[in-house]
Design a protein around this ligand. Structure first.
Ligand code: ATP
Ligand code: MG
Length: 352
């Protein structure tokens, strides 16, 4: 049998632990008669499952009647790609032509005899949306790995105007905290400021235990030991599953707990090479110092970190909040913190 766990990013894994509450929250809202928001943002640290969740919501809505789902690439001209994709929709294209929408000046489609020549991209989109809306179609746009660039600004401000006109247009963006944050704080994009953010964090630990127990026919306590090594971090859940599966094929007599200890070095190495180095490089020097200090204990008192690094309460709170929002630190109770990324301590010791 093939290894059921995958190490690659972005693909829906076959051992998938659903985040039903979070996805349902968005799907139900989008499907309601009066959605509380037509846009959402998924935010979280690398490897936490933003792309996987985005694809899973897209897939669910694609399968529901009346929904059209489109994925846009944030490094390309978003308005142009949106217009082009909309125009090219097989179920819509003939209706646009029937309505004599001529977008050839924009480089989209063919020129139409006695057609309505449109040269403004937002106008083109609005005209097409009038038609899709009449056909009771709802459109979801997904944009993964958003960054702040001119395309994103233009697109967001057009989106803002479109939804003000009551079109059933929806959007889910996903990205790292820093990118989502600068997008939201961009003064020209006030509506994004109010767009709800959904923070992705650990997967449900019992669900991880159950999956490991089932896949490896392991004892509950062994599966629990294994799950604890992942701390609920989705990428780690896949990596550890993958390694244990591989080791077990060659050594069928070992139990899961013994195998975990055998593969620990390789586990650390993959986490480091695939994500931790990147995450580390994206942190500021001060953030690194704080996270390294937090690695000293499983759950460390804020006061201990402050005393060691010499921060006063106010300035420390700024860093603390930021690291929590980035999904790197977790607040574990009154005045204590822990590092969310499993075995990050083993990585950090090599970085200083
Ligand atoms: N719900 C889930 N259940 C099980 N595994 C998951 C789940 N979500 C994500 N994973 C696994 O975690 C890894 C990272 O997922 P994904 O690529 O979605 O992360 P990401 O947040 O988009 O990361 P990045 O910020 O680097 O793009 C993948 O190996 C994926 O298989
Ligand atoms: Mg991703």
């Amino acid at each position: 049998m093939n290894n059921p766990f995958i190490i690659s990013f972005g693909k829906k894994p076959s051992q998938y632990i659903s985040r039903i509450n979070l996805s349902e929250e968005i799907i139900e809202d989008f499907n309601s008669d009066n959605p509380s928001s037509q846009a959402y943002m998924l935010v979280g640290v690398r490897g936490v499952g933003k792309t996987v969740m985005l694809s899973s919501i897209s897939k669910t809505l694609k399968e529901q009647p009346g929904w059209i789902v489109m994925e846009l690439n944030p490094t390309r001209d978003l308005l142009e790609s949106f217009a082009a994709k909309l125009y090219a929709l097989p179920e819509m294209n003939s209706l646009f032509i029937e309505a004599k929408l001529d977008l050839s000046l924009l480089g989209i489609g063919i020129s139409i005899d006695k057609g309505i020549k449109i040269s403004d991209i937002e106008q083109a989109i609005t005209s097409m949306l009038e038609i899709t809306t009449k056909k009771n179609k709802k459109i979801l746009i997904t944009i993964d790995e958003v960054t702040v660039n001119q395309y994103m600004r233009e697109f967001a401000s057009a989106f803002q105007i479109i939804i003000r006109n009551d079109f059933p247009l929806f959007m889910i963006m996903s990205g790292l905290f820093d990118n989502i944050n600068s997008l939201q704080n961009d003064k020209s994009l006030t509506f994004l400021y109010r767009t709800p953010k959904i923070a992705l964090s650990a997967l449900n630990i019992s669900a991880i235990v159950n999956t490991y127990q089932r896949v490896f026919s392991a004892k509950a306590e062994d599966a629990k030991y294994m799950a604890q090594l992942t701390n609920g971090y989705p990428f780690a859940f896949q990596v550890l599953g993958h390694l244990v599966w591989k080791y077990r094929e060659e050594n069928p007599d070992y139990n899961v707990k013994e195998i975990c200890d055998e593969v620990l070095n390789e586990y650390d190495q993959i986490l480091q090479e695939y994500v931790y180095e990147k995450i580390w490089n994206e942190m500021s020097a001060k953030e690194r110092e704080i996270v390294a200090c937090a690695c000293k204990e499983d759950s460390i008192k804020v006061k201990t970190i402050r005393d060691i690094l010499g921060y006063d309460s106010n300035s420390f709170t700024v860093y603390r909040n930021r690291l929590i929002k980035k999904g790197i630190l977790t607040s574990t109770g009154y005045g204590t913190l822990s590092v969310f990324l499993p075995r990050f301590d083993a990585f950090v010791v090599n970085m200083f």
